[in-house]
Design a protein around this ligand. Structure first.
Ligand SMILES: NC(=O)c1ccc[n+]([C@@H]2O[C@H](COP(=O)([O-])OP(=O)(O)OC[C@H]3O[C@@H](n4cnc5c(N)ncnc54)[C@H](OP(=O)(O)O)[C@@H]3O)[C@@H](O)[C@H]2O)c1
Length: 332
């Protein structure tokens, strides 16, 4: 099935963006702003996603044809506290379900939703494709479980709508894009910033070396989301990561060496960034050792756009981020 290309200025109502103050949300503001796309950006104070009534109210008020949901309960370790469970599920599963129900019943509606590699437990050593089975649920951390429940709720809402009499006619089908990603860094708290801080405070830093994944730029994720809106690709899950992979330890070494090469004063010497195992760094929530996501489906979906010809490697993006960090005010 193919869909007509959708131009950002074609729709009657502004794009509704949830997660305004998060890493991806901030990048979406920059990206959509540069395109002069009409958009409304909502933070927690505008719409608390744990409150169903506030969500319904916002959907009724703005009647969006396009929603980008970059909001999430992302406190991975805190989510393991039983008292947080209901809240995490409300934000990561129930809220996207409401967004999906709205968009699924709108002509040419589009929902862009970000998800995570944490929907996979360590069932394989090779990169996961979109066809690979998620879970098993009881081996996922609570955050992963809630994000998976959000994915399922979105698929269900669109499945139900498209089989009911309330859905738009076939040629006006609405679509959803679940962009699964990993190791996000942008304007916010993230691993890279933590490493740069520690590198200036300590003589020695220990970093986990047996977890591998792909660092992903929030700015690039925002661009991917916007690109999908303008595309004619089908609904579905898209693994949205740059090329290549690395361990947390490898990333720490790369970050610190890059920062030093751009003139940042670094206290720790590269040989004093010590590799340790996951077992030696106990945390509350269980993280997968293998976070690698196979990105061919996304590349194919975007083939023919300027985007794919410049499909990035994580090193190029991280290096640019470090360069900007050293040169400007990311430190402040
Ligand atoms: N960060 C990663 O490494 C990573 C990895 C894989 C996937 N992802 C996914 O990528 C997406 C974007 O992540 P990110 O790094 O940009 O996350 P982030 O920086 O933690 O931002 C999440 C945003 O969600 C908002 N939020 C949380 N609870 C809310 C509530 N009750 N009502 C309204 N807003 C609420 C937060 O608001 P406040 O600013 O007010 O707290 C925050 O601005 C998420 O779907 C996440 O699951 C992230």
């Amino acid at each position: 099935m193919s869909f007509p290309s959708f131009h950002l200025s074609d729709h009657k109502h502004p794009i509704l963006v949830f997660g305004r103050d998060g890493q991806v949300g901030k990048s979406l503001q920059v990206c959509l702003g540069e395109l002069n796309a009409p958009a409304v950006y909502l933070g927690r104070s505008d719409c608390d996603l744990s409150n169903e009534f506030e969500i319904r109210d916002v959907l009724k008020r703005y009647q969006p044809q396009i929603i980008i949901n970059a909001a999430a309960y992302t406190a991975v370790d805190r989510a393991e506290d039983a008292r947080e469970l209901e809240l995490a599920f409300a934000i990561n599963a129930k809220a996207p379900a409401l967004m999906a129900h709205h968009i699924a019943n709108v002509s040419h509606g589009i929902l862009v939703h970000y998800s995570t590699d944490y929907v996979f437990a360590d069932t394989q050593k090779t990169p996961y494709s979109e066809m690979d089975i998620t879970g098993p649920v009881d081996q996922l951390c609570v955050y992963g479980q809630t994000k998976l429940a959000g994915e399922d709720a979105i698929k269900q809402a669109f499945g139900l709508a498209h089989h009911s009499g309330h859905a738009p006619p076939h040629d006006e089908f609405s679509r959803y894009f679940i962009l699964r990603t990993s190791w996000v860094y942008g304007d916010g708290d993230n691993f890279i910033r933590t490493m740069l801080r520690l590198a200036n405070e300590r003589d020695q830093v220990k970093v986990v070396a047996d977890q591998v994944g792909t660092p992903t730029s929030a700015q690039w994720l925002a661009e991917i989301g916007v690109q999908m809106i303008g595309s004619d690709v089908e609904s579905g899950v898209y693994h949205s990561v740059p090329d290549g992979y690395v361990s947390w330890h490898g990333l720490a070494v790369f970050v610190i060496e890059s920062a030093a090469s751009y003139g940042e004063s670094i206290k720790v010497k590269p040989e004093n960034i010590l590799p340790i195992t996951t077992q030696e760094y106990p945390v509350v929530a269980k993280r997968p050792l293998n976070s690698r996501l196979f990105n061919q489906k996304l590349k194919k979906a975007l083939s023919g756009t300027a985007f794919t010809s410049a499909y990035p490697h994580w090193q190029v993006q991280v290096e640019q981020y470090i360069k900007d960090y050293v040169a400007t005010s990311l430190k402040n």
